[in-house]
Design a protein around this ligand. Structure first.
Ligand SMILES: [Cu+2]
Length: 468
């Protein structure tokens, strides 16, 4: 199979970026007479009893809009993968690839050595099985996994090679947090996808699509279009993943009910933070608490001003209301790394208009990604400051192997979404990050740092570093 035709033999050209007007509006939601289709969660794959994880890629076929089917891929299923529950300790993982192209399994947000990270240097060939013995030792968090093969990540993730991981410690009852999977603790994978007139999901990135990142004309949540999330009349926890290739969401509820941010990419905050809007860039996660005890059927929307619907909610009084009030405190500890840094690096996320027209121009510090070149050599255990600068667009930077603190954004304190532990951050302008590099990575399996607009990453906005 040729690289540009992963799973699809032909895809319709739809031209430039997907039209926002085709995304559902609030009115379309409210006026819909269609019977309620209940949003389902990805199947739960709990590894805590066995310490074992088995994933197998699967070439599937999915009818997203009820009609035409699309060839898709998933882990253990036709599209996306199960929600994996892990705890600290040893995890014997096994990832088998049955697809016609090499894939990888990158654990985005797990703090593990480079040799277990599943990046582009760890491809799993057709018919092969990768067996990393992973030692997990980190705070509870919502992280995720996806394929990460250079120049194929965008298409492989688009067609389904991604899923969510819960790192749990069994203490959510003590924290006063909802934890009943699919009842008051929802995992929501937000993805815009592009559909042709026949209802097939298509991917064919034009030069403009690569420049802006590939965007869709329909919203999928957990791979479902137009479904309703049914929740108890109480406090519900939403674990949000922006699993889109390029779209940045600014989420809000249509009835202006607050979203209480309790966790960012790398773990809990010290206390909930009430937000009216929540910005979520590709690769970022946020856990929020929402009180559904009052009002009726709110809609999660995006982009105030040019708003469109993301997910309809409905309450069900027969569901158990386990948590009736917000916790006042959480146990997230935000280590202050200021002053501990031994080194400052410049990270310029480059797009050059002139070179772009010739199909190039995506780079970091002027150099497009090269598998054979190590860009940074970081000392194991050291704290570094990375001064990140975006050109042309706001780029979401993801750094493998660490969680970091955002110390400033354009010279000001970080916005509320970025006050906690992060591994991916949208940089409109400039940002300073501080990280302690505690996981080793060799020249053979270095860590990546890259833009999480997947078309930018595949086009060369990626670098690699060792930690020794
Ligand atoms: Cu980018």
């Amino acid at each position: 199979m040729k690289r540009r035709h992963f799973l699809t033999s032909s895809s319709a050209m739809l031209g430039a970026a997907g039209a926002l007007s085709q995304l559902p509006t609030r009115r379309a939601f409210a006026q819909s007479k269609a019977p309620l289709t209940r949003l389902s969660m990805p199947p739960l794959l709990d590894t805590r009893a066995t310490g074992r994880l088995a994933l197998t890629t699967s070439a599937g076929s999915t009818s997203f809009l009820g009609g035409a089917t699309t060839p898709t891929a998933g882990f253990n299923q036709d599209y996306l993968g199960p929600t994996i529950v892990v705890q600290n300790g040893e995890l014997a993982a096994e990832v088998k690839n049955t697809l016609g192209d090499p894939i990888s399994a990158h654990w985005h947000g797990l703090l593990v050595p480079g040799e277990h990270d599943g990046g582009p240097h760890l491809p799993i060939a057709t018919g092969e099985t990768w067996r990393p013995e992973i030692a997990i030792a980190q705070d509870p968090a919502t992280v995720w996994y996806h394929s990460h093969i250079h120049e194929q990540t965008a298409e492989q993730v688009y067609f389904g090679l991604a899923g969510v991981i819960h790192v749990r410690d069994g203490q959510d009852d003590a924290r006063g947090l909802p934890s009943a999977y699919g009842i008051d603790d929802l995992t929501l994978v937000l993805q815009d996808r592009r559909f042709d007139a026949a209802g097939r999901m298509v991917y064919s990135a034009s030069r403009m699509d690569v420049m802006h990142g590939f965007s869709g004309n329909r919203m999928l949540v957990n791979g479902q279009a137009g479904a309703t999330a049914v929740v108890p009349k109480g406090i519900t926890r939403l674990r949000l993943l922006n699993g889109s290739n390029a779209r940045i969401y600014t989420l809000f509820f249509d009835d202006a009910r607050p979203m209480h941010l309790v966790a960012t990419d790398g773990g809990f905050l010290p206390a909930p933070v009430a937000l009216d809007t929540l910005r979520l860039a590709p690769g970022e996660r946020a856990e929020i608490l929402v009180d559904f005890s009052g009002g009726d059927a709110p809609i999660l929307m995006s982009d105030p001003g040019q708003s469109y619907g993301i997910l309809q909610f409905a309450t069900d009084t027969t569901l158990p209301t386990r948590i009736g009030r917000l916790p006042e405190q959480l146990d997230g500890v935000l280590e202050d790394l200021l002053g501990a840094e031994v080194n400052t690096r410049q990270v310029s996320l480059d797009m050059g208009m002139g070179r772009m027209m010739r199909g190039g121009g995506f780079a970091i510090n002027g150099r497009p990604f090269d598998m054979r070149r190590i860009d940074f050599e970081v000392a194991l255990g050291s704290v570094e400051r990375w001064h990140v600068r975006s050109t042309m667009l706001a780029h979401p930077l993801h750094v493998h192997g660490v969680r970091f603190r955002v110390v400033s954004e354009n010279g000001a304190p970080p916005r509320p979404e970025n006050i906690g532990w992060k591994d991916t951050v949208l940089v409109p302008g400039e940002a300073d990050l501080l990280a302690r590099f505690d996981q080793p990575a060799s020249r053979e399996t270095p860590f990546m740092f890259h833009c999480h607009i997947l078309e930018h990453e595949d086009a060369g906005m990626m670098g690699q570093f060792t930690v020794t």
